[in-house]
Design a protein around this ligand. Structure first.
Ligand code: NDP
Ligand code: OXD
Length: 310
């Protein structure tokens, strides 16, 4: 039986996906038609990205799952018309991209690279950085991405702490959770990486009070979501020196508006939501595998828990 897949990921997105998705479906032995428009009652699966105008999922009565091309699902998870199971993107290439972004920016801070890159000719300050084993890096979020980053940072020799909602035990990582755990991790963290999802409970988690818990001059890297940080509190903490520098990849409004103070702040690096892209070839394999599982009566992988919001 042939399946109908609705590719709802925004104008032109299917151009990039058609060939890899066709190959991935064939490799799973699936016969499917991929369309950007189809009668709702005929659609077996929806492949979704937030650029799609699709908002009303109610007419898709036959649809067995909505498969997100994004890891973060905050723009779809609370849609009241969505009653179908929702899977988010967990993909080795996306994870690898995030590991490279996080390790690169952690090493920039750890090694104090800016001091040398920006130094006037003739500057000779032989101030060697500490070893990674003398530096504590903290991750808020120990999910698919946070955990992979934590493991890579452990492999580089850092003292790694991680904070999650539920308790965890991970080799080489000091894992904490809950309100007390948040305090503990913030108090000792010189370089903080935020890899939490956007949910009502994570909004403004880095507010004035929590930023004040960090050691003076701490660095922040946020590839998670813009809402995790109270922008005004961060700007104040940068002014006072409480936060030494911030690298921000995600923002409340994207693209970051031209007038936003982050663009011009000397102690902020803005990257344009490029920490980890979803790559068509590997994402297509993830999607096809998940469809094959559902067709075989197996549980959907990477299912989003609606009540948790991630
Ligand atoms: P996961 O769902 O795998 O992990 C989320 C982590 O956050 C889990 O460890 C979870 O805890 C923790 N968490 C969630 N809510 C809370 C809370 N209230 N208190 C404490 N911990 C909490 O997500 P991923 O690792 O795959 O992705 C993380 C985020 O990264 C995405 O949601 C997205 O926003 C962002 N992202 C950004 C990209 C970019 O290019 N900038 C690319 C891809 C993703 P627990 O383990 O206990 O459930
Ligand atoms: C994602 C992202 O969630 O790119 O996949 O931010």
């Amino acid at each position: 039986m042939s399946l109908t897949l609705l590719f709802a990921a925004g104008q032109g997105a299917l151009d990039e996906y058609r060939a890899p998705l066709t190959d991935a479906l064939a490799a799973e032995g699936l016969d499917a038609t991929i369309a950007t428009d189809a009668p709702p009652g005929s659609v077996d699966y929806i492949i979704y990205a937030p650029a799609s105008p699709l908002q009303d999922f109610a007419p898709y009565t036959r649809t067995k799952a909505v498969l997100s091309l994004w890891a973060g699902v905050e723009r779809i998870v609370s849609n009241p018309t969505l009653t179908q199971p929702l899977a988010r993107m967990v993909d080795p290439s996306l994870t690898q991209g995030m590991v490279e972004y996080v390790c690169g920016h952690v090493l920039r801070y750890h090694l104090g690279m800016d001091a040398h890159i920006g130094a006037p000719p003739g500057t000779w300050v032989a101030d060697a950085p500490p070893l990674a084993s003398e530096r504590r890096v903290g991750l808020l979020g120990l999910g698919a991405l946070g955990q992979a980053c934590a493991e890579a940072l452990v492999a580089l020799g850092f003292q790694v702490w991680g904070w999650s909602r539920r308790p965890k035990t991970l080799a080489g990582i000091t894992c904490v959770h809950g309100d007390e755990g948040l305090k503990d991790i913030l108090q000792g963290t010189e370089i903080l990486v935020t890899l939490l999802p956007q949910t009502p409970r994570t909004e403004n988690i880095l507010d004035q009070g929590n930023l004040a818990l960090l050691p003076h001059g701490a660095r922040i890297i946020n590839p998670g979501r813009g809402t995790l940080i109270d922008d005004d509190a961060l700007l104040a903490a940068l002014e006072s020196g409480q936060v030494g520098h911030a690298t921000l990849d995600v923002f409340r409004t994207e693209p970051l508006p031209a007038a936003h103070p982050f663009w011009h702040h000397p102690r902020v690096t803005v990257t344009p939501h490029i920490a980890a892209a979803t790559r068509a070839a590997s994402a297509s394999r993830v999607i096809a595998r998940n469809i094959a599982r559902v067709e075989a009566g197996q549980p959907l992988l990477h299912a989003v828990a609606r009540d948790r919001g991630y």
